[in-house]
Ligand binder design. Sequence first.
Ligand code: ATP
Ligand code: MG
Length: 415
Amino acid sequence: MQPLRGTKDILPHQIIYWQHIYTKASAILSLHNYSEIRTPIIESTNLFQRTIGEETDIINKEMYTFIDQSKRNITLRPEATASIARAFVSNKLYQNKLQKLWYLGPMFRYERPQSGRQRQFHQLGIECIGSLNPMADAEVIHLANELLCQLKLKDYILEINSIGSLEERQMYKIDLVEYLLQYQKDLDEDSQNRLYSNPLRILDSKNIKTQEILQDAPNLNKYLNKTSAEHFYLVCTHLDSLNIPYTINYKLVRGLDYYNQTTFEMKINSQDRQNTICGGGRYDNLIEQLGGPKTPAVGWAIGLERLLKIIEQKLILSQQPINVYIATQGLEAQKKIWEIIQNLEKENIKFELDLSNTSFQKQIKRASKLGAKFCIILGDQEINDNCITTRKLDEHKQYTISYSTFLEEIYKLKY
Ligand code: ATP
Ligand code: MG
């Protein structure tokens, strides 16, 4: 049996890296008073259709959608921002003026699996809900930067852009389409299809010929009005004050329809085609669109599998070694072991209890293999003499002491 295509098991030696990210993220985010939120993995299909946009890759071809037994149309979430906006409205979180939230969890997209692209993958994300202030954009970018730096990933590139408001984009789209129609036949097939459905996405095309054509295309930033231009200018000013380097990329539009104003991505310098690890931006209309009060917001999501691939190369983490291996033989010894275990628990000493019922020799061998420092041995002999044997595995030395002294000095097994 193999896991489903595009899904992976995360094994114990990899989990340490996941826990490391979770711990770092939780610490830095709670310092900024961001609170963790968990929303369901399944939602009504129409939540995503209404928010992500009909003509986007996610909605057109990547959704895991099914009809449940009550004939409800359900989708495994492809991303979390729509779910969090929904939770914000359903739980009336808008009663607090400002909500700073973060999440970590699995997302599902039916894509062609390849390196850095899975069908079940994980995102860590934050949403700062309730502020139009450019400082909010700067704070969320700072938090991504801070987290990446703490994870020893400093050499990434931040690209940033402003895609203005819906009205500004409407004007721009007309001119962009008019320009591109002159080269219609030379565009790649996807872009030709998008000319009428979602022309802004053409800016994102990876096709070289299309990119050449786009070089002389009208520029979105020329269409921004004073408010949008000023917002963008202030976001950049704050990034300067934060000493966060960035590149302005006027073609950065992002693949989801709910964004407006600021958009940004963080990329790593690598040959890997999947080199974007973080994507985010502003979404000032999403919550109102879902029936909540008009509430501006800004956030990002980091793809954890892509992040982990890099961290695993830079950071060596290993499981905490076990201190004590518990070897036993005979029912009397085994009955007594629970009291010892309770004392080990009290002292916070990591141990493994042997369950093999084999010879002491074999049990000690396994203790060494696991890298334990001590093996405590309890058999018929020890029961008769009311004592316990401790073997120091690296020195191949062992000593036997009375049971009561052993319990008094159990803390010594920590070192
Ligand atoms: P891409 O252009 O690579 O498809 P995207 O624009 O679809 O990315 P977003 O929806 O912005 O991605 O998601 C944010 C981040 O989540 C991405 O930058 C990436 O790191 C990660 N991500 C997205 N899709 C996948 C996937 N199928 N497998 C693994 N990680 C993913
Ligand atoms: Mg994608």
